[in-house]
Design a protein around this ligand. Structure first.
Ligand code: DAH
Length: 360
């Protein structure tokens, strides 16, 4: 039969082993050897049944204490060894971020992101800054301040996603266009203002050429002597730089938008070459954007005096521009995570769009 002094010797031997375990596998083997079903301590526990009540009173608590202390030692050693494994991995997996990126780098930019970059570069060259607004808007910025009368059918045409709001809270919606950024720009900054606002917009629409989320870019110029001539010059320059041709022939077709007066849609002359379009020649006209002189009511909603300030605005669909420029026949893959499509149409993250060496 064991005596308390045997247990001391056993504890010393097992503890030394556990504390010196070189790795997690060795530690687990030691744990099984000591505390597993057939381990040394467990075998001693079994002997309790054969002991006299007096002996059991001494050996029971002694064995339980031994078991607890060994368990604690195993847990401590385990933490030390796990930390060592983690530190070794962190050391061997460090990345030197100052090293040049390999030209074998995988991954590419989505064409829509690339086109947004191109738009920012083109308009920056004309003095425009990039502005942003929230995707979750309110009725005031998305409609009312943009001169959409309440209950006007133009609101329905946007097929808005409304968000649930709590009692007494202003109701929120997903912006249906990037035009509300115009309002935010005019309310936050004194003219002169020259901004473009690229971003996501949302409408309840889903078919071959419509997705419930798509991308637009908005443009706004507000100053004291701005007129339609500036609008026309700016947009002609834009189209010629974006489609990389000097041969732009455009027509401005009268249209209606609540937030501009007069309003127009800009068409450019083009011909189809396979899936792509060639701008500047051919006998077809293609609509590229909506534009107009900012309506005095919109300027007034932003607490500016329309007798002093005027300007122009424009808006266009980025996904559609991307399809046209790069000859992509279908909109849907834009929103499907298909890596084959992305590696075919995607852009190198290392080649920044710029006007000096070419856009794309
Ligand atoms: N917000 C319009 C839309 O979503 C696009 C637009 C047209 C914006 C004319 C403008 C503009 O700023 O002047 O269809």
């Amino acid at each position: 039969m064991s005596a308390p002094s045997d247990l001391e010797a056993l504890e010393t031997r097992l503890s030394v082993g556990i504390k010196a375990a070189p790795d997690l596998a060795a530690l687990d083997a030691l744990r099984v050897n000591a505390l597993g079903k057939k381990g040394e301590v467990s075998l001693k526990m079994r002997e309790l049944g054969k002991m006299s009540p007096e002996e059991r009173q001494v050996m029971g608590p002694a064995l339980n204490g031994l078991k607890d202390r060994l368990n604690t030692l195993v847990t401590c050693r385990k933490t030390v060894l796990e930390d060592a494994v983690l530190n070794a991995a962190l050391d061997s997996e460090t990345v030197d971020v100052t090293r040049p990126v390999s030209h074998q780098a995988r991954g590419s930019l989505h064409p829509v992101g690339q086109v947004m970059e191109e738009l920012a570069v083109i308009f920056a060259d004309m003095g425009f800054a990039v502005a942003e607004g929230p995707d979750v808007e309110d009725d005031f910025h998305n409609f009312t301040a943009l001169n959409f009368p309440s209950n006007h059918p133009a609101r329905d045409a946007h097929d808005t996603f409304f968000l649930k709001s709590a009692e007494g809270e202003t109701s929120k919606l997903l912006r249906t266009h990037t035009s509300p950024v115009q309002i935010r720009a005019m309310m936050n900054k004194k003219p002169p203002i020259r901004i473009i606002a690229p971003g996501r917009v949302y409408r309840r629409d889903w078919d071959q050429t419509h997705t419930p989320m798509f991308h637009q870019v908005e443009g706004l110029v507000i100053d004291e002597d701005t007129h339609m001539g500036h609008l026309k010059g700016c947009l002609m320059d834009f189209v010629s730089t974006f489609f990389e041709t000097d041969l732009v022939e455009a027509r401005f077709r009268p249209h209606h938008f609540p937030f501009t007066e007069p309003s127009a849609e800009m068409d450019v002359r083009y011909e189809s070459v396979g899936n792509a379009v060639k701008i500047g020649s051919g006998d077809k006209w293609m609509e590229v954007l909506g534009c107009g002189m900012v309506h005095p009511n919109v300027i007034r909603s932003c607490e500016l005096d329309p007798e002093i300030y005027q300007g122009f605005a424009f808006g266009m669909g980025v996904d559609r521009l991307t399809m046209l420029k790069y000859g992509m026949p279908d909109l849907r893959p834009f929103f499907e995570p298909d890596s084959r499509w992305l590696s075919h149409y995607g852009y190198s993250p290392l080649l920044q769009a710029n006007l000096a060496t070419g856009l794309s």
